[in-house]
Design a protein around this ligand. Sequence first.
Ligand code: ADP
Ligand code: ZN
Length: 533
Amino acid sequence: MAKGLALFDSPSARDLEQELSRRFGFAGFRPGQREVIEAVLAGRDVLAVMPTGQGKSLCFQLPATLQPGLTLVVSPLIALMKDQVDGLRAKGIAAAAFHSGLSEPERDRVVQALKLGRLQLLYVAPERVQHEWFMRLLRSAWVSLFVVDEAHCISHWGHDFRPDYLRLGALRRELQSPPCLALTATATPKVQADIAEKLDLREPLRVVTGFRRPNLRFSVRPCGSHAEKLSTLEQALADVRDGSAIIYCATRKHVEEVAVALSRGCFSPRPSPLAARPSVGYYHAGLADDLRAKVHEQFLTGRIGVLVATNAFGMGIDKPDVRLVVHYDVPGSLEAYYQEAGRAGRDGRPASCVLLFHRPDVRTQEYFIKQSGNEQADALRRLLKHMVAYASGETCRQLAFLDYFGDIDERALGPCGQCDRCLDPPTTGATATDPEEHTAVQAVLHTVACLHGRFGATRIVEILHGSLSKQVTRLRLHTLAGFGQLRSWRRPAISRLVQRLIASGYLRVEGLEFPVLEITAKGASVLDGKEPR
Ligand code: ADP
Ligand code: ZN
């Protein structure tokens, strides 16, 4: 039996609303919050998966003010602890944070308050709980709720595994297993199961909610080259009438290149990260701290309208009027993608999320995985595969996310009606009624079949377009029947056709690092004339 339950009667629904408004000034609960809070107050273990910005913190902050004992919150985000603690103190709640960034006197004050049982809420960084003296201190406190924030970090299957988190199961046991609330914005059903197991959750209530973002219009734009990515990006930006835009790139190099390209004529050859005239700025971890802070501020105040950034730009961004988020390079996981794209449209007004999908970019992510060390490489590769599958997926983009995160309730409400797939369902390509297109489809399928999975999309497009590149002549590919068969087509158009044939299952891509194209059984049956036109 968890400690403390006998001392405490759960408040009625009306009391909860009153407390919510009295303590926090909110008029009502957001989806999922009440369910979680009621279960927590009843002493149940809870696993809650809610997207960023949905209001996860309230799920433990409100109980912390209503329950006796200490609510212990493990969180890796030291930068955000301070904001939360300040906010709570301003509301008269006894909260503190304990992490490596504290000065000695600050630390002493926290320890004193803890010893005297004066704290309602204590935030700790996961590495703190490794220290024996700190553990002794915690053991002597009465922890009535154990909260694990960013709980996906405990799982190898997640996208942000942190070894420090593995200690948390043991920590909970040492604290005599108080009720546990695990929170995360991104966990597939597999990661959820892993969290429950590693934290020893007892028949936890699972709340997965809020993943549908009805005001976001998702789309994926297949691109055959960097030049095409850039022009697609410029088109997307041209549609933004107000508010701001974030362009995510996978590397610092791309960030700077894209920033220069977007502000051509306004930047000197060595651009500054701060806004130049049409207010393009950039941000990555290579910039000095004070410069990063300045860029951040200029973005928040609107002086920078278009910010090009790596994923280092993320934590604590809560700008309501981001109208467009473009991913210039494919990210490493759907978790990362949904989180970053989800920074669009926080104000609830329409916003767009565009992924520019240039298949060779997948190699950049492969490279990152190699760098990450072996332990997690397989799991990361799997996440990347899901990401790539999303990019070439044929169904509603919003449904793809709801499926991935297991948000069953929202899934039941059906497709979004506004993503690229909903508005412009993929024609199969192979069954095209336009005779010119039909011939083109045959040419692509035939060429891919002849090459027996030895080449990727770029080379196939080159051959069909009749480009005499060094590689083509060296490998004598210009002697193929299909060489130059689509000479009258523009290369991006051929490239799009190839992508469509992949998306509709006539071709498939094999291998992540050196992806090659192969014909599928479905594709082969079109060549054999078995599939009706
Ligand atoms: P998360 O941790 O899920 O990313 P936060 O807990 O930081 O989200 O909450 C995001 C914002 O929503 C905060 O500004 C918070 O004050 C606000 N918020 C939370 N719950 C409610 C509510 N019931 N009504 C109105 N605003 C809320
Ligand atoms: Zn849709």
